[in-house]
Write a protein of this length. Sequence first.
Length: 495
Amino acid sequence: MADPKGFLNTPRQDWPRRPVGERVRDWDEVYVPGALLPIISEQADRCMDCGIPFCHEACPLGNLIPEWNDLVSREDWRAAADRLHATNNFPEFTGRLCPAPCEAGCVLAINQPAVTIKNVECAIADRAWEEGFTPPRPPDRLSGRTVAVIGSGPTGLAAAQQLTRAGHTVAVYEKDDRIGGLMRYGIPAFKMEKHHLERRIEQMRAEGTRFRTSTAVGRDIGAAELRSRYDAVVLATGATAWRELPVPGRELRGVEQAMAYLPLANRVCEGDLETSPMSAAGKHVVIVGGGDTGADCLGTAVREGPASVTQLDIYAQPGVERDDGAEPWPTYPKVYRLSVAHEEARDLGSAPAADADARLFAASTLRFSGDEDGHVGWLHLVEVDALRQPVPGTERTLPADLVLLALGFSGPDRTDGLVDQLGLEMEPRGTISRDAGFATNVPGVFAAGDAARGQSLIVWAIAEGRAVAAAVDRYLTGSSRLPAPISPYDRPMTV
């Protein structure tokens, strides 16, 4: 470390956000442009260069965090970019979208605010693009082997880039009209502007990766036919089978799934639509679900100008400090966090019936009721205890012209026929079954990402993509020099 007392002398300082009143009027990223670089070298200098850096263990990618922190503190940006890309294909994605379990595992976080690892990562990635440190890396020679990657989310793109660079001819199949999966249509632009995605796609094209959009394997092209065309197939379709809310009134119009709502707003930003047909403008909106997807709906609704917007979380409000007994360091703790969307809703007073940041905690939906035309108008809820049992006498009603269900996902969507056409074995929880080498029961077909692991974080998705690429490379050639950061059975640190 450049300054042995950096963590003692320099307080944590995060990337400043634009004022709420300014940023909710557009879809640009919420951070102040250019405000990160002036502070990031000192922030990187807070890294302690621990003898045992638990940030490595907390991150499935195995990012070389102390190394690139030290290089940034010395402003050696090229070397920092090399170290960063050695373990992560898309650090500008994770630097913006990952909840940073690495920071929860930072040794400094035992009794001080953690190093701003996520901000340092983002600064390196952005500087690398500005300085031209990320040129395309096409292979020196081709192997003559072909691979189809189905799905273009972070897992599919990471697998495709690794396999392309290893010399294989790779084609990525995507059912939507643009590449990117949930990063394209599920993540709002205020969290990550899409030009970050576009330049990575262009880099991959220059390296030789081919892309096939508007092609749903299993529907537009038979899964067995596709398998016959390629030497190997990687299934990276994600976990897009959304969970339902089986309560009375679910059939009313205006009760929608979050992942039907978010893509429409993203299409407005892409220029495909003038306005979203599901816009929250002027409506009383209730979001059922307290996770990241619910927060994305909240920030999107706030920008569309609702009459009100409230988010329901079935869990009790967590404390602001880590519970060392239940979630000791270095595990990722469940603590009260204020996302950019909650900050916006709080400052704008968007949820007069809820707590200060638009969330109602320990709240469970009982039923919906509507008007004579079959449109939702009210959501009936009840408070619940620690066991999620209703508390008598706590029933209440919220006005609801638009209800968004953000309850998570159970596994890959099977309506396109892909799973059944290939005859894939499935796990009881709805994910694709695979062995220790990422291989399914169908020879030459591999599964990775949320489709096989279940709903997870973007760092796990990229780690899965890199690991499955090594497995496919080994299957095709007998050996592989590609890194495999995780196995299919690895899981986040828990007690």
